[in-house]
Design a protein around this ligand. Structure first.
Ligand code: ZN
Length: 629
């Protein structure tokens, strides 16, 4: 089967075009081919957004063509239950549907016949479908239908937001296990896979800590803490699966509180969980957020990055390499509402991982891979795939000239061009200009639109970047304390580089501070009268990013003596939230003052409030620019 795919790939693209010929020719060649890793998969979350079975068929065809062999279907979540269960019909009547914030109803599920069809279709193409039934966390949709299985009895609703939620199955209630085992029996009837995935990730222990039944269970079973209670939960389910001839696989949190006997670990929070499991002689599937998360943007994981992935942890001794079965791309769908978005996230990046898993990791082969990939785009079109981009097509830099600023597009691939436009609200039509070196000039702040092109065709979406030119543009910024290493933006030039952040907090313009304040001194290039200080703060509660608590400004002429700068009004006009993400401009009107040095202290929100799912944890502060006028 895989050999035939190799031959099909050799005929790319003509073979796939439907063109009829009497004969097809290949040069004389010898193929020696075998997979480097035995587990080569794609995890698809059909819960946050639901995908019709025809889309699943298309993905099975594509997996098969690229010699992958696992489709891992994430079937249950806080936001929806997507598998028909006969003995608990409310899982489909109630748990499969959520009421969105605008009042509309979203949902759906696969019937048993749908799923049997999917399994059979996959089998013909030598793909194994592994079902995932999440427990004990990510189970709020199920608990909405059967709140008696939660710790406090409900009422509970199917979640219509993204994140981690505290309602989880009660571990002290035997009915929970009868319920889950009954469901797993029905699941095993549909899916003949060796492995059953039970999730096991992101289960907040808050309810268990406050539940008499859970605490009683801990006492009876001699469990030291709630992590051991989770371990007890997983072990009990594992025994059930093993008794029915199946193996358990779960996310790396199942390591916490002790790994059950035969469990296989899917390592997502980096490589370490996988390494630890392999050292304990457990089998491992790798899908770290660093390389395998297809829901992440190209700024985090581009084609080259995914192609550089090595599923074997660098610090794992050779005798334990055999425990690393392979890897999966993880396609979470919170922000992937439809097939077009799904395609553009999965392709072409998944092909990079497919080659790593089949041929073994080898970064020196990247250029060769890149060139071969170009011939696959017409084939992907024939599969009805709307591919996304390979890399962020450009970076951006503002450069100062005599009496204007030039915007440079940096890091452009040789086969990428671009068109640009400055947005003007008065004009209805956008006038586009071909990008040539240094031909984007700005006299004042503005909004720059860039449309990348490849071979004369639009390549990816238009990017919109606000550029602010102000009295502190390119000013030196002296930090007391540092930004968090995960969100450095452009380091110490970031807050005065003129580039304003977008709703994407990984766009490279947002600088992050975790649990700490922003404390900087901005040194203007010349003494100036200042009457306004503007700063944007990102707000994304689900990612723990909060607006600041307070602002303190001080000024100096000599950099030695500082006086408080009087803030006369603070204006805060938040934009509408996009998917829960809001940009909050704060405009501080200050008493007009001559200054050379501006000391800015922005107080972090502090600990997340009691109403937050992660109450008590440190909040993030995200800022893009300190605009001085
Ligand atoms: Zn409980």
């Amino acid at each position: 089967m895989r050999g035939i795919q190799t031959v099909r790939q050799l005929f790319v693209p003509a073979f796939h075009s439907g063109e009829k010929r009497q004969a097809w020719f290949l040069p004389c060649l010898k193929i020696e081919d075998k997979p480097a890793f035995e587990h080569r998969g794609l995890m698809l979350d059909v819960c946050r957004h639901f995908f019709e079975k025809e889309i699943i068929f298309k993905y099975i065809d594509l997996l098969s063509f690229y010699k992958m062999n696992i489709l891992h279907l994430h079937l249950t979540e806080d936001q929806g239950w997507r598998i028909q269960i006969d003995q608990y019909p409310k899982l489909n009547e109630i748990s499969s549907y959520r009421t969105e914030k605008d009042g509309s109803v979203y949902g759906g599920y696969y019937t048993k016949d749908d799923l049997k069809e999917i399994v059979a279709y996959a089998k013909e193409r030598h793909i194994v479908v592994i079902p995932e039934i999440e427990l004990p966390g990510h189970s709020q949709a199920a608990l909405a239908a059967y709140p008696q299985l939660s710790c406090n009895g409900g009422p509970i609703e199917v979640v219509n937001d993204w994140g981690v939620f505290k309602e989880i199955y009660c571990a002290g209630n035997d009915s929970t296990f009868i319920f889950l085992e009954t469901i797993l029996l029905e699941v095993m009837e549909i899916f003949p896979s060796e492995y059953i995935h039970i999730g096991g990730d992101e289960a907040p222990k808050f309810r268990w800590e406050n539940c008499p039944k859970c605490q009683q269970r801990m006492k009876e079973e001699n469990l030291a803490d709630e992590h051991e209670l989770q371990s007890y939960f997983i072990k009990r389910i594992e025994k059930f699966l093993n008794d029915h001839g199946r193996k358990l696989i779960g996310w790396d949190e199942i390591l916490e509180g002790g790994l059950s006997e035969n469990a296989t670990v899917q390592s997502w929070r980096g490589m370490d969980g996988g390494r630890l499991a392999a050292e304990q002689k457990h089998y491992v599937v790798m899908s770290p957020t660093s390389h395998c998360y297809l829901d992440y943007g190209l700024d985090a994981i581009d084609l080259k990055k995914i192609y550089s992935f090595n599923p074997i942890p660098a610090n794992l001794v050779a005798e334990n390499h055999k425990y690393i079965l392979g890897a999966e791309c993880n396609m979470w769908t919170e922000h992937v509402p439809d097939e077009i978005n799904l395609d553009s996230k999965v392709f072409p990046r998944m092909i990079g991982l497919a080659e790593v898993l089949w041929s073994g990791p080898d970064t020196s082969r990247y250029d060769d891979f890149y060139n071969r990939l170009q011939k696959h785009y017409p084939v992907l079109e024939l599969f009805d795939v709307r591919s996304g981009m390979e890399n962020n097509p450009f970076g951006m830099q503002v450069i100062e000239e005599d009496n204007y600023y030039t915007i440079l597009l940096t890091d452009m691939q040789s086969d990428i061009s671009a068109k640009w436009s400055i947005r003007n609200n008065q004009e209805r039509e956008t006038t586009w200009f071909e990008y040539e070196d240094s031909n984007i000039k700005l006299m004042s702040s503005g909004t720059l639109l860039i449309q990348p092109t490849k071979k004369g065709k639009n390549y990816g979406a238009v990017t919109t970047t606000n550029i602010a030119l102000h009295k502190a543009t390119f000013a030196d910024v002296l930090y007391k304390g540092e930004w968090h290493y995960s969100y450095p933006a452009k380091g110490e030039s970031s807050l005065t580089d003129g580039l304003i952040g977008s709703h994407n907090f990984r766009d490279g313009n947002w600088q992050g501070f975790w649990g700490t304040d922003l404390d900087v001194i901005v040194e203007l290039r010349e003494q100036s009268e200042v009457s306004k200080v503007k700063m944007n703060f990102l707000e994304y509660s689900n990612a723990w990013i909060m607006i600041p608590k307070d602002f303190h400004l001080a000024y100096s002429l000599d950099g030695i003596l500082y006086k408080p700068l009087e803030i006369m009004h603070t204006i805060h006009v938040g934009t509408n939230a996009q998917e829960g993400i809001r940009i909050n401009p704060f405009i501080l009107d200050v008493k007009p003052t001559q200054l050379k040095y501006l000391k800015v202290n922005v107080e972090n929100y502090g600990k997340l409030p009691a109403s937050h799912e992660a109450a008590g944890q440190d909040a993030w502060l995200f800022i893009d620019e300190i605009i001085v006028e």
